[in-house]
Design a protein around this ligand. Structure first.
Ligand code: LAN
Length: 747
């Protein structure tokens, strides 16, 4: 397997033990091959204001003095955390305490855990193009660190970039990141740029980019709009019953489609200047003037073509390009469609306080506000203020996160990890847990969206989202994990009941809306459209994006949340809850594959989904002893256990749907399997002991674990990092093993 970088996931966070003691910036610059001047990493601070996270660079010594760098900041930046060495762990409990001693120091004062959420390599360029075309100045320190990051993440051999940090070089990755570096001021004759360019040319140049790449380059004025397949905003004007109406699409697709449609409809481009003119010759293999752009709409490099466009979509595009736009579309309809798109955008901005659903529609909405209302307008200004919430800095430089953080998700999971260790009532963790509870209380979404139905939004009052309350999107499993975490803590005498019953019930009301006919649950909403909509998937680089699907992960979260709630309050909507659970469990059973496994959509891959599915089955009383399903699932894992006791699969499992062994076992995936087997009440201690021996041997003397391969995924083809998983899941696995087999020495 080729990797985009010398190391799997950067040594993103961690390696306190072998880390240079002094200035993080100097160390990282050396690590990444030098040449790009960085900033002084001792001057970066992360501010967490009720879950709104932003990075600040302190330029004066006074500021530095007044705002000391936290341990968490140092860890994010890959600097020495200076946390002490602890007595070496031999038993699960010792390893848990050591792990928590470190991890607890990473908690933010407001109660949540934070971390880098990088991996995708197509996000930062969208932001940089948006800043460039709106002539937004970029602070020098951001610029410097973004350059460092992009160079650090270039492929060591061919100098290009992939779709994500571990992916193979693609036209999308290379054309976009090359462009981003040029917009950040890097010279075209820089040796690394020459190398990247040669690679891009070998792949056929920017004409071979997928749809989203062509779109951004058209915005920049480097490609002609004719090369971009249509994004017709008038689809929003169709009656709701039409099967392809965008309200039925997966929420990420439709919220990206709205501003893209607006910009496409306007064919808005930045006026040509020397730089963009030069980019035309740098990114294209043939002279710009000689190209008939309209003929290259469907040109795409094989490296980028994960989901080739269907014949139906190509015919639809042909009709739109050659008939609809030139001959049929009345100007009044264009205006109506654009006005409507703008109206929805304004609602999305208002309902998320400009945080926006994600890092793609955030910059796009910014650009629409600029086009529509100008550089001085309030919406545009507000967008500029919130966009930095997507930025993150680490040892390698500055990147754009996949969301505006992981706040609720990692915090809810942390509480549950401690629960599985039986340590919720241990006074040394009281303060940490209390603050985590306070955070979750504060982040439950208190009200419905404005114009909820006209904007096709799912209910959200009582929900938790993945990141923070401001972003404001219900997620089925985030609501479930939030609810479980809250109930787990506040039903203990040591904690106050911060979330009152009516709000717990609101969360249940939300969950009860989330079930599909199949019994399964999807991510943000129940599935709205038919799977045939995948024929309209124009993004090429992603799979299964057009609609919501059933996920064993999300379904399990809901099942277990309902289960926990039933024990707490057996009267509220009891029959509906029971029926929901029964149907959801049937879905989980049906989703098991022949070989005993489940395919994971949000973590890599079978190890991740297996952990959830077995928790569901355990909830229904199935065990290794009484269930053939459980036995098959355990056997699937046993057959794949590695020499050293661990498990490891690569991201190729997600792309191909077939288990792909990693060259090395992975701490996080090993923990997932141990958790799964504990849920199954697997009777034989030995394979699990051996697995945890490996996990504990990899624990550092200060209690932390180091970053290994990337953990998460979305849309089958794009990987994303979950750096806190290396604490949460080993701790949870050690806890569950200890509860089951006792606290004897592991080795
Ligand atoms: C996420 C992150 C969290 C994730 C879980 C909660 C883990 C999952 O169980 C449900 C789905 C969800 C909420 C999820 C959906 C897709 C996201 C938002 C992401 C993987 C993070 C980034 C990704 C988003 C789509 C990235 C932007 C790219 C586009 C193609 C629009």
């Amino acid at each position: 397997m080729r990797q985009a970088n010398g190391h799997a996931n950067g040594h993103a966070n961690g390696h306190a033990n072998d880390h240079a003691k002094s200035n993080g910036a100097m160390k990282s610059t050396a690590q990444t091959g030098g040449q790009v001047a960085g900033t002084d990493h001792t001057r970066w601070r992360m501010k967490d204001d009720r879950g709104t996270q932003t990075w600040h660079y302190l330029e004066s010594d006074e500021e530095v003095k007044a705002w000391p760098q936290s341990t968490a900041d140092k860890w994010y930046l890959g600097m020495d955390t200076e946390l002490p060495d602890l007595s070496p762990a031999k038993t699960p409990l010792q390893a848990i305490h050591n792990g928590l001693a470190f991890y607890k120091e990473l908690q933010q004062p407001v109660g949540n855990w934070a971390c880098e959420y990088g991996g995708p390599m197509f996000l930062l360029p969208g932001l940089i193009v948006t800043w460039y075309v709106t002539e937004t100045p970029i602070p020098w320190h951001h610029k410097a660190e973004m350059k460092r990051y992009l160079f650090a993440r270039a492929h060591p051999e061919d100098g290009g970039w992939g779709l994500h940090i571990e992916g193979e070089t693609s036209v999308f990755g290379t054309a976009m990141n090359y462009t981003a570096l040029r917009l950040l001021g890097v010279d075209a004759e820089d040796a690394r740029m020459q190398k990247a360019r040669a690679t891009l040319w070998k792949l056929g140049g920017a004409l071979k980019a997928p749809h989203w790449g062509k779109f951004w380059l058209a915005v920049l004025g480097v490609l002609d709009w004719d090369v971009v397949n249509p994004v017709p905003p008038e689809l929003w004007l169709l009656p709701n019953w039409v099967p392809i109406h965008p309200w039925k699409w997966w929420v990420h697709m439709r919220t990206v489609f709205i501003p893209m449609g607006y910009i496409y409809s306007q064919r808005w481009s930045y006026p040509l200047n020397d730089l963009t003119k030069s980019l035309r010759s740098e990114l294209l293999v043939q002279p710009y003037e000689s190209i008939t752009f309209i003929r290259h709409r469907n040109d795409i490099s094989p490296m980028d073509n994960y989901h080739p466009k269907s014949l139906a979509l190509r015919i639809l595009f042909w009709f739109l390009v050659y008939i609809w736009f030139p001959y049929l579309r009345p100007a009044s309809l264009k205006k109506k469609a654009e006005d409507h798109a703008w109206w929805i955008i304004q609602r999305e901005d208002a309902n998320s306080d400009f945080a926006n659903l994600g890092p793609v529609n955030g910059p796009l909405n910014t650009l629409v506000s600029y086009i529509r209302q100008g550089p001085e307008s309030v919406p545009f200004r507000r967008h500029l203020e919130t966009l930095p919430e997507f930025l993150w800095i680490k040892d390698e430089g500055m990147l754009m996160n996949g969301t505006n953080g992981v706040q609720n998700w990692d915090t809810a999971y942390t509480i549950q990890a401690v629960k599985h260790c039986g340590l919720l009532q241990d006074p040394q963790y009281h303060d940490m847990l209390h603050r985590a509870l306070e955070f979750l209380e504060d982040q439950q979404i208190p009200e419905e969206c404005r114009d909820q139905h006209q904007t096709y939004r799912q209910s959200r009052k009582g929900a938790w989202g993945f990141s923070n309350r401001r972003q404001g999107y219900t997620v089925s499993d985030c609501t479930s994990e939030g609810l479980k975490a809250v109930l787990t803590l506040q039903t203990l005498p040591e904690f106050k009941a911060l979330v009152p019953d009516n709000r717990l019930r609101d969360a249940i009301d939300i969950l009860l809306t989330m079930q599909n006919k199949s019994g399964g649950c999807a991510s943000y909403e129940p599935t709205r459209g038919s799977e045939y909509l995948e024929w309209l998937n124009a993004a090429e680089v992603f799979g299964r994006i057009m609609i919501e699907y059933d996920y064993p992960e999300c379904t399990t979260a809901v099942i277990t949340a309902l289960h926990v709630f039933q024990k707490y309050d057996s009267s509220y909507r009891a029959d509906e809850i029971a029926a929901f659970k029964a149907r959801a469990l049937d879905y989980i059973r049906a989703a098991q594959q022949e070989d005993g496994s489940w395919y994971g959509a949000w973590g890599i891959c079978f190890t991740y989904a297996g952990m959830f599915a077995l928790e569901s089955l355990a909830c229904a009383g199935e065990t290794h002893a009484n269930s053939e399903r459980m036995r098959r699932a355990c056997q699937f894992f046993l057959d794949r256990q590695m020499e050293d006791g661990g498990w490891g699969e690569t991201y190729r499992s997600c792309e191909t749907g077939v288990w792909c062994n990693h060259a090395e076992s992975q701490v996080v995936q090993t923990a997932w399997v141990v958790i799964a087997m504990c849920h199954a009440q697997y009777p034989d201690k030995e394979p699990l002991r051996k697995a945890l021996e490996m996990v504990v041997r990899r624990q550092q003397s200060n209690g932390e674990w180091l970053q290994e391969a990337i953990e998460g995924v979305f849309n089958k083809s794009c990987m994303i990092s979950y750096p806190n998983y290396k604490f949460i899941f080993p701790i949870m696995a050690l806890g569950m093993y200890k509860e089951r087999f006792g606290d004897e020495e592991l080795f």
